[in-house]
Design a protein around this ligand. Structure first.
Ligand SMILES: Nc1nc2c(c(=O)[nH]1)N[C@H]1C(S)=C(S)[C@@H](COP(=O)(O)OP(=O)(O)OC[C@H]3O[C@@H](n4cnc5c(N)ncnc54)[C@H](O)[C@@H]3O)O[C@H]1N2
Ligand code: MOO
Length: 409
């Protein structure tokens, strides 16, 4: 059986990102850049004051000096003239530095000498502390310079990037089209949630849960009608992927007589790359292609479906979205309870997370890890990763976790 990392490599080996489209900057949150974004101006665009105060020449502004106020320059209103010897110009945080001045004297270090401090001209300003040459000036381009790449290709756009792209003076952003991910659940027993459930039936939790995972991964989910355990029906509904970038199936992946997903999809051209991996939950995972569309066959047990979704579908959707960072990186934690030795399958244990007094993350596995138990999944903040054949581990031992809370999953 394939290892988890070999399976990830095979899935990610050959996925091409979707094409580009332009979106308005305000709508770009959660999208992925489809090109480099270069600044269209310097930031700041000019030398500006970092404080409310006065533009001065440092050599004039010694403690005890009195300066002539020759004008005012609010932010957005550059001063037309220059600061003369012995003079100053009233300015504010964000005001452009006037010609002739080399420093900013903050208003707390001044005393108005007759007339108000904000007089546009004619007043006199007493200096109460020496000014250091160049102080309180934000230099033009100190954040970034015109032409510089501020956001690289393949980067997820979050609020921070939105601010940066706006500062670089762009209204539109080239992003990858969100990949469309079709979801096909199979099983005679599954029924639409909210409907009367027939004898032997069970509410279909996989389809809406996987749709949520697709959204959290940056894709657009399309839930296909549920397929009964019938090869011809699976084949017919599988054709719903015509316009999709990927197909996720749930259920019918194992070895039982009615596990028909592979055979059904083979009727419409599925070429299987691999089936079965050394992982728990998720042993019967299947990967293949129908034409160019990648197909990930997830197990029917809902926890197995979601865990495989996190470990394999999420990185695949990120790759289709053009993201350069695909895999979810594990974090270091310590065990909050003893764990037995592991067998040959990489285990993914549902666990709660807390911080101990020293600030370390403590991951405590639920005692029952049945892959049909959704409540423990929802109550978990992380999955403890147990490598194949890991020895028994005691409380306090280091471990690696995949955090679910920070993935919005
Ligand atoms: N003899 C063996 N039996 C099983 C093996 C095995 O190696 N040998 N593997 C087990 C493992 S591991 C898993 S995981 C499951 C996966 O089976 P399938 O992918 O074929 O899934 P189903 O049989 O269709 O369903 C399993 C279970 O999950 C319920 N289910 C299915 N779909 C949904 C849905 N959309 N929403 C809610 N619940 C769903 C279904 O009713 C079953 O209870 O196979 C083991 N068996
Ligand atoms: O993948 Mo299965 O859920 O290990 O039981």
């Amino acid at each position: 059986m394939l290892s988890v990392s070999e399976a990830q490599e095979r899935i990610l080996a050959d996925l091409s990102p979707t094409g580009p489209e332009l979106v308005a900057l305000a709508d770009s949150w959660g999208r992925v850049t489809a090109g480099e974004i270069a600044a269209r101006l310097d930031n700041p665009p000019a030398d500006i004051s970092a404080m409310d105060g006065y533009a001065v020449r440092a050599e004039d502004a010694r403690a005890g000096a009195v300066l002539n106020l020759v004008g005012e320059s609010p932010a957005g209103h550059p001063f037309a003239g220059a600061v003369p010897e012995g003079g100053c110009v009233r300015l504010y945080t964000g005001s452009v530095m006037p010609a002739g001045a080399d420093s900013v004297l903050i208003q707390e270090n001044t005393i108005a000498q007759g007339g108000a401090q904000d007089d546009a001209g004619g007043g006199r300003i007493g200096v109460t502390a020496d000014v250091r040459a160049g102080q309180h000036i934000r230099r033009q381009g100190q954040d970034f310079a015109r032409g510089q790449v501020v956001v690289g290709q393949g980067r997820a756009i979050l609020a921070r990037e939105v601010g940066l792209i706006a500062a670089a003076n762009h209204a539109w952003v080239p992003v990858h089209r969100r990949p469309v991910v079709a979801i096909l659940s199979t099983g005679d027993e599954i029924a639409l949630p909210g409907n009367p459930i027939p004898p032997g039936g069970i509410a279909n939790s996989n389809a809406p849960m996987l749709a949520a995972l697709v959204r959290a991964s940056g894709g657009v989910p399309v839930i296909l009608p549920d397929a009964r355990d019938d090869e011809a029906e699976i084949a017919r509904l599988g054709q719903g992927i015509a316009r999709a970038d990927m197909l996720l199936t749930a259920g019918g992946a194992s070895v039982g007589r009615y596990d028909l997903v592979q055979r059904g999809l083979e009727r419409i051209g599925l070429a299987v790359d691999f089936w079965k991996i050394a992982m728990r939950p998720g042993k019967p995972l299947m990967f293949g292609r129908i034409g160019t569309v990648p197909v990930l066959g997830l197990p029917g047990n809902p926890v197995a479906a979601l865990v495989c979704g996190i470990v394999f579908a999420l990185p695949a959707i990120r790759a289709l979205s053009g993201r350069s960072d695909r895999l979810v990186m594990p974090e270091q934690a310590v065990l909050g309870g003893d764990l037995p030795e592991n067998d040959q399958r990489a285990d993914h244990l549902r666990a709660t997370l807390r911080r101990d007094a020293g600030g370390a993350l403590v991951a405590t596995a639920f005692s029952r890890q049945d892959s049909a138990m959704l409540r423990t999944l929802a109550d978990s903040q992380a999955l403890i990763l147990r490598p194949p054949h890991a020895p028994a581990a005691r409380t306090g031992a280091p471990c690696q976790v995949l955090r679910l809370d920070s993935l919005s999953i």
